[in-house]
Design a binder for this molecule. Structure first.
Ligand code: NCD
Length: 359
């Protein structure tokens, strides 16, 4: 399967210099937004949101409008032909013939990649299940660049649902390229997936795992809090057992360095007490604001990019299927079940959702 357009499914599809250029352009836009007001005159962006969203969807829409472009799309698939059983393949095929750029959020891992295989315009992944969220990472990189003045040599604590949180997966993959130290703060049930830990090591960064915020607090330059991802749990009981485990409050903030910053992709449920909001180190609302500038930069970059042919990189192994029930290949039958080998040919990684299996 071949697509003739440039997509953003995972930041690791691009060299680090590419993301740095997007982040730098985002900073330039922040400092002088008027200069970019007509960059996308006459262009249309479609936002297909199969899952709830406030910041990602509205910041993308704001970004396109501020660039002079227009928007179409849905934020509730129940109001589209999805409710009649239309596949992602058909929906994206049609909508991509109306728009110049398509932004998709979907509850199933690998959905954006699947959309990119048949779309007739560029596709941006705005979150695919518990898998990846590359545009949140661009937002986070811009926040770090502005607020910490560096992307490297940092000690970054990531706390909460590290198993299902797509924001921390994408962010670890990116920040591990810049020689950083990670401290993962989670319960053993919600720890960082093995494939992300392998990437961190392969990229030359380091991680350790702890169970409490107190163990890490004093060492951190950045604390990245996350919500327990209720919608990804198999049962209410499993969610309730994890809820409220980590709550950042003023007392814990006293243990932190004076220049540590607190980030959170938002929405927050109860993992950050509201009285932390007044602390000058709380950066999450500013972070959400920066999301508009970096998405303006991303839209401009994607629309300027020359077309290039993108294909699946892996191989189909006969009848071998992905074992992840939340992988798009188990929902849209037409997709080639493509795998990439890890090490030897007996360990395969699904090219859509990164789930591993031994054959
Ligand atoms: C995150 C998401 O959707 O993954 N939110 C966002 O995009 N800013 C985080 C979350 O929902 O917990």
């Amino acid at each position: 399967m071949k697509s003739e357009f440039q997509h953003l499914i995972d930041l690791s599809d691009y060299p680090v210099s590419w993301w740095q250029n997007v982040v730098e352009l985002g900073e330039e836009i922040k400092n002088n937004p008027e200069k970019f007001a007509h960059e996308c005159d006459g262009k249309i962006m479609a936002t297909l949101f199969y899952e709830p969203s406030t910041r990602t969807q509205m910041s993308f829409q704001t970004a396109m409008i501020r660039l002079g472009g227009q928007i179409i799309g849905f934020d509730n698939p129940a109001n589209s032909s999805v409710a009649k059983g239309e596949t992602i393949k058909d929906t994206t095929k049609i909508v991509s013939s109306y728009a110049d750029i398509l932004v998709i959020r979907h509850p199933i891992a690998g959905a954006a990649k699947a959309a990119s295989l048949t779309a007739d315009c560029s596709v941006i992944n705005a979150g695919d299940g518990g898998h990846l969220h590359p545009t949140q990472t661009l937002t986070d990189l811009l926040t770090l660049k502005i607020e910490k003045k560096t992307l490297s040599g940092l000690t970054i604590g990531m706390c909460g649902d590290l198993l299902n949180g797509r924001t921390v997966h994408s962010l670890c993959k990116a920040l591990s390229m810049f020689d950083n130290n990670f401290i993962f703060i989670s319960t053993k049930e919600l720890g960082m997936p093995a494939y992300i830990k392998d990437i961190i090591k392969a990229n030359g960064s380091r991680f350790e795992e702890v169970n409490t915020l107190e163990e890490a607090m004093g060492r951190l330059d950045v604390l990245y809090m996350t919500r327990i991802q209720q919608e990804r749990f198999a049962s209410e009981e499993e969610y309730l057992a994890q809820k409220n485990t980590y709550v950042l409050d003023r007392k814990k903030m006293k243990l932190a360095k004076k220049d540590m910053i607190v980030m959170h992709p938002l929405p927050r449920v109860d993992e950050i007490a509201v009285d932390v909001d007044d602390d000058s180190r709380a950066m999450y609302f500013t972070q959400a604001k920066y999301g508009v500038f970096v998405r303006m930069a991303l839209i401009m970059t994607m629309l300027k990019e020359k077309k290039s042919s993108v294909t699946l990189k892996g191989k189909v192994y006969g009848k071998v299927k992905c074992d992840n029930p939340k992988c798009i290949t188990n929902h849209e039958a037409h997709l080639p079940k493509s795998f990439i080998t890890c090490g030897d040919e007996t360990l395969l990684e699904c090219e859509y959702c990164d789930e591993r299996k031994l054959i």
